[in-house]
Design a binder for this molecule. Structure first.
Ligand code: PTJ
Length: 250
């Protein structure tokens, strides 16, 4: 049991979701370690949604709403951490959901599908073997994508990803929106928009922004006027400033 009075209760509750997800066959063992890396960056970023993340979220909402064939990619960590909110994101943005795993496995895929369907999703892509094809420039299992989903998408949301796939998607001419707490990762650097925040906090804000911007004109222009490199650089500076404060030299 996690005591409410524990100073890091929220972080421990999120960690518990991952551990439970592992127990239910949703999360790869490696996903537990990936979460630990995320936690470390979250700590350095102050464990709150920054102005930089809010700017990225607003632009991501505009890009998703302006897209013709948006797809949200779902992996084991996402299915364990925020399945309901990721289904809400698909509804709010008009995006399809596709299960795409780095550490493949039919059973885990089925378990993830079950959780998403319990949260109200339907028509989940990446499940029908007849519909699968290969994304070029990628050697990992993530290369197997749905020809009606990621393969044909113009905008792809990639939460908690490895860098190879983001680079391959960009090379295939797709716009990529990433959630990644590590502003230095290849995913963060290769994406068009990187939301440097914990997905547990950020995805709900993105759902809200999609609802707020849905009827607004000029979404394409909003999506273009964003400098990801500059935004990432501000995130690194935020970490430096937080460290300086912690070290008592600022
Ligand atoms: O379920 P699978 O098989 O598709 O595998 C999923 C993992 C996450 C294991 C796989 O994609 C992987 O190994 O990812 P990486 O290369 O470890 O990258 C994950 C990135 O997500 C790292 O940069 C972490 O800092 C970041 N991250 C981890 N937890 C969170 C996060 N970013 C946002 N919110 C989090 N909660």
């Amino acid at each position: 049991m996690i005591p409410e009075s524990h100073p890091r209760a929220e972080s421990l509750r999120i960690r518990r979701r991952l551990a439970d997800g592992y127990g239910r066959g949703l999360v790869a063992k490696e996903g537990l370690m990936a979460h630990g890396r995320g936690e470390a960056f979250d700590y350095l970023l102050g464990e709150k949604t920054s102005d930089m993340a809010r700017r990225a979220i607003r632009t991501a909402a505009a890009m998703l709403l302006a897209a013709k064939r948006p797809v949200v990619s779902v992996n084991g960590n996402v299915a364990a951490l925020c399945p309901g909110q990721i289904v809400e994101l698909a509804h709010a943005s008009g995006a399809a959901l596709e299960i795409n795993l780095f550490y493949g496995g039919a059973e885990r895929r089925e378990a993830i599908r079950g959780v998403l369907e319990e949260c109200g999703a339907s028509g989940i892509l990446g499940m029908d073997p007849d519909s699968l094809c290969t994304l070029r420039g990628l050697d990992s299992d993530r290369r197997t994508v749905d020809r009606n989903g990621i393969y044909a998408a113009d905008v792809v949301v990639v939460p908690l990803e490895d860098g190879d796939r983001t680079e391959a998607l960009a090379a295939a001419g797709k716009r990529v929106i990433a959630f990644d707490l590590n502003p230095l990762s290849r995913t963060a650097q290769a994406a068009d928009i990187t939301i440097v925040d914990n997905i547990v906090r950020a995805v709900g804000i993105l759902v809200g922004e999609c609802g707020r911007l849905a009827a607004q004109p000029g979404l394409e222009d909003m999506a273009e006027g964003f400098d990801n490199a500059e935004n990432l650089s501000e995130c690194v500076v935020r970490i430096r400033d937080n460290l300086s404060r912690m070290a008592g030299i600022a």
